[in-house]
Design a protein around this ligand. Structure first.
Ligand code: SAM
Length: 211
């Protein structure tokens, strides 16, 4: 079985059901936004252009654990699972039970684990799931509207959990995340994606091999 055929996500089952699935995804996402606007920070999931650009630098053959913060309705989960090696793992962490419940109902890939919790606790969460480091961490968190202190704590925990050579991949409407990242990551690459609602900033913070 290859990586693509292992991805048993509802949205990939048939072309006919894809539109209906997209609509129900957006409805769940919008409900999440109405209930927790500051924690969700967006009314619509990321575009496929943002996804492709954000994931482009990942060396998938070297990635055994990919972690995602704030997966929402799983916009990135399908594309990550399509690219992830067959013995890899994807752990996603979200504070919203509505989203975690939705992900557990719609993604049945054995490499996938959805955890209800906060990204600040990433080290404990991956340890509980049998890992001692992550190769890549992706974040769609709205850093600028998170409660005081949460952004810096997440940036530090992420740096600590990454292996040398790994990277923290961040997309956001504002550049607020970059300030938190820069405290720990000496090398940050930057990009921009216009085709997203709203256009967004992209950052790749690399944990140098020597670290
Ligand atoms: C803008 S949405 C990202 C949606 C999705 N990743 C996408 O690209 O379409 C932000 C997500 O972060 C989650 N979130 C907010 N604070 C969090 C935290 N401290 N830890 C984990 N997830 C958090 C929210 O519940 C929401 O699902």
């Amino acid at each position: 079985m290859n990586n693509t055929s292992q991805v048993t996500i509802t949205q990939r089952r048939s072309a006919g059901s894809r539109f209906g699935h997209l609509m129900s995804q957006w409805a769940v996402f919008f409900r999440g936004f109405l209930e927790h606007p500051k924690m969700v920070g967006s009314i619509i999931p990321s575009s496929r252009f943002t996804i492709a650009k954000m994931l482009a630098p990942v060396k998938w053959d070297e990635c055994k654990l990919f972690v995602e913060y704030g997966p929402g309705v799983g916009t990135f989960c399908g594309p990550v699972l399509e690219r992830l090696r067959h013995d890899g793992a994807l752990i996603v962490i979200d504070t919203n039970p509505l989203f975690i419940d939705y992900l557990n109902r719609t993604i049945t890939d054995s490499r996938f684990t959805a955890v209800l919790g906060s990204a600040e606790n990433v080290e404990q969460i991956i340890r509980d799931n049998g890992h001692d480091h992550a190769d890549y961490v992706l974040s769609g968190l709205p850093f600028s509207t998170l409660p005081e202190g949460v952004g810096p704590a997440i940036a530090k925990a992420t740096y600590d959990v990454l292996r040398p050579g790994g990277a923290f991949l961040v997309y956001q409407f504002s550049a607020a995340a970059r300030d938190f990242m820069a405290v720990h990551f000496a090398r940050i690459e930057q990009g921009f994606e216009l085709w997203n609602i709203l256009p967004c900033q992209l950052f790749w913070g690399w944990k140098d091999e020597a670290a």
